[in-house]
Ligand binder design. Sequence first.
Ligand SMILES: Cc1cc2nc3c(=O)[nH]c(=O)nc-3n(C[C@H](O)[C@H](O)[C@H](O)COP(=O)(O)OP(=O)(O)OC[C@H]3O[C@@H](n4cnc5c(N)ncnc54)[C@H](O)[C@@H]3O)c2cc1C
Length: 494
Amino acid sequence: MKRILSLDFLLAITFFTITVYGNVKDGSTREKYKVIIVGAGISGIGAATRLLSNNVSDIAILEASNRLGGRVYTAPFGDFLIEYGAQWVHGQGGNPVYEIAEPYNFLYVQNGDKSTNFVKHSDSKINISVVSSWLFDEAYDIFSNVNDMMLCNCSMEHYFNNKFNELIKNKNVDEYTAQAVAEFAKKGERAEDAVNNLEEEGSWGTVQFFNPNGSLTVAWKTGYHAFINILMGKYEGKELPVKQKTKFNKVVQTINWTGDEVEITCEDGSHYFADHVIVTVSLGVLKFSAKTMFNPPLPDNKLTAIESLGFGLLNKMFIQFETRWWPLDFEYMINFLWTNEDKQRFKNESKYGGWTTEIPYFHFVENQPRILEGWLSGDTARLMETLPDDELTGAIIELLSWFVGNQYSISKPINVTRSAWSSNAFVRGSYSFRSLKSDYLGYSAANVLAEPLLFNQTNPVILFAGEASSDRSFGSVQGALETGWREATRILNF
Ligand SMILES: Cc1cc2nc3c(=O)[nH]c(=O)nc-3n(C[C@H](O)[C@H](O)[C@H](O)COP(=O)(O)OP(=O)(O)OC[C@H]3O[C@@H](n4cnc5c(N)ncnc54)[C@H](O)[C@@H]3O)c2cc1C
């Protein structure tokens, strides 16, 4: 009895230690590998699969969270699945994600036409027919005019305002409609590029992004997670041992690279050693910890690149209703148009502070007949992460009621969820963008961020991958994949 009691006591102490202090310190682990990959997002998985399929199997992946995928995060919600992170394959020809996945029959082209379903408040002065017939399409095209953007070499705000003023000059567009469309187009662009405001986004760097041919909204029938399985060879019957090579809940704290052997120390006290380390953590994590993570410190130009390249925030919210209340002929999205006056009135009346005026639109989610998905960028997206579910639900219903409450009977919301990429300590934002500052300094990804740290001027001991280190596909899954491949190949070629 006494023994049992003391065992119970020990178990209780252990449980208390784990729950109160997190991971128990693991000072005893000291393992050595040829290559260690930090991070099991698409970039880390891409690097691992390239190494494994080239017979380099002495590898480990240290992943801070408890799952594979990083910013590819498919989860069950409502009647099927949702994507908290990456949703579409952007482009077909020339996009390796599309080219690898296409034969497996998991992809389909989704209707991505934004120029439908503009809504305004019933008293608003906006002329919807002008918006739908031509104004929105032409305004939105301003963001596709690569040559003009490159020549401007200015902020995206400055670029858009100039072009938009040219567009409406001598046209029959009233000031309310013009202002509402300009605001909507900029809000949509802010969400897509995950920036807080277009003043911080550089037009020159932004157009370095390579848009592959074909549809920019190719979706996954069973979620983006299927791509991870494809990369690992799961459907080929010869799955590469990526999962087995991954050590989950390993938060890398320091990377010591004084010689040709690198020592990694994790938050739980465990130590790992390697000849080469591929760092794939997000630019958000690098911004937060690059100065303390590396010993000796990173070179000044790399620290400046980390500081000056942009890492923004896009969050999604999903609301499930008891029944689908919007009509079947609604296509794809509900786009909200505001005049300044409408917005002020809404804010004055709002029970929730009026932050929802920053939501550009709600999507319909395929295979999810009762769910709407809203997008939000920047500071408001950060605020949204902190709201309790009932407040989030109330604010969304308030917004929908303001716009379409008098046309449709909005059914009862039964569930809500949202992404929280900014408060995720292992991401700290959503994806990278080219800032005015990085444009000004001429710091693209490949010329500074992606440069490896060399021992004896030839041996790449610390290598940098991850979407932000891609010159032409930053902010995307294909960028993450290509950079993982790039750094694995660098090691294979050494
Ligand atoms: C809301 C949202 C929507 C998006 N939509 C699209 C889209 O439609 N199409 C598209 O192509 N792209 C989209 N993206 C971008 C795309 O998801 C990313 O570019 C890509 O997934 C990044 O992969 P990565 O491997 O570079 O980084 P990550 O996925 O961030 O992987 C890095 C890994 O490192 C781990 N890590 C971090 N710190 C540590 C540490 N200290 N120790 C150990 N491990 C650590 C993290 O947990 C993570 O798993 C979207 C992203 C977001 C957030």
